[in-house]
Design a protein around this ligand. Structure first.
Ligand code: SF4
Length: 198
């Protein structure tokens, strides 16, 4: 029972008021999801997963080309090349994979499905909340990136790569070019191999 400002008593108890307030604040993910409001279809992302094998082949050639250009990157300076390369990388991967520019790309291990699109940013498989239709528990209209990763990985030549344990995201590499970093690393490994066998 409560008493209002005029001194009148009411039969509505405090517990009822609290219960009503709690019901009004009940967590309903389907209603708060921005993706649900705009009803995205994830068309390009789905296409990339369906063509994971083709993209795996393309990326192998592309990374070889980038490595072959190592003398050019060195002459220009990796740091100076970072800005234009990052711009192109963002446009291309943003269109095809909804890339978030984490700087540590693992698409080759995840069936061409970017794990950074997982609302929980899980890099080693799905959480326990995947819906029965294979969609995300947080974004009900979005296919779970890990369900898609498994589908894409099955089509790839290196399908075992999805079983690799991924390190936690290094936040200091965010907004940097994964293409250049991988190239610089491969060039360094190649040179140290050459010097050890010389
Ligand atoms: S793993 Fe990182 S770099 Fe690769 S597509 Fe996803 S956000 Fe972009």
């Amino acid at each position: 029972m409560t008493t209002d400002s005029t001194g009148k008593t009411s039969t509505v108890t405090q517990a009822t008021l609290v219960k009503k307030a709690r019901e009004a604040l009940a967590y309903r993910p389907a209603d708060v999801s921005p993706q649900r409001r705009v009803q995205r279809r994830y068309t390009m992302r789905r296409w990339s997963v369906r063509h994971a094998r083709l993209l795996e082949w393309v990326y192998a050639r592309f990374s070889s080309l980038f490595l072959a250009l190592h003398p050019f990157w060195s002459a220009v300076g990796y740091a100076r090349a970072e800005k234009p390369v990052k711009f192109v990388e963002r446009q291309v991967k943003g269109l095809m994979f909804d890339c978030r520019m984490c700087g540590q790309c693992i698409l080759s291990s995840t069936g061409m499905s970017c794990p950074m699109n997982c609302p929980k940013q899980l890099r080693n498989g799905p959480c326990g909340g995947v819906r029965a239709n294979g969609n995300c528990e947080v974004e009900p209209d979005m296919p779970c990136v890990w369900v898609k990763a498994w589908e894409g990985a099955q089509a790839m030549r290196n399908r075992q790569a999805i079983l690799d344990v991924q390190k936690p995201v290094d936040q200091s590499l965010r907004e940097s070019s994964a293409w250049l970093r991988v190239t610089a690393q491969a060039a360094r490994e190649r040179e140290s191999l050459r010097s050890s066998t010389a």
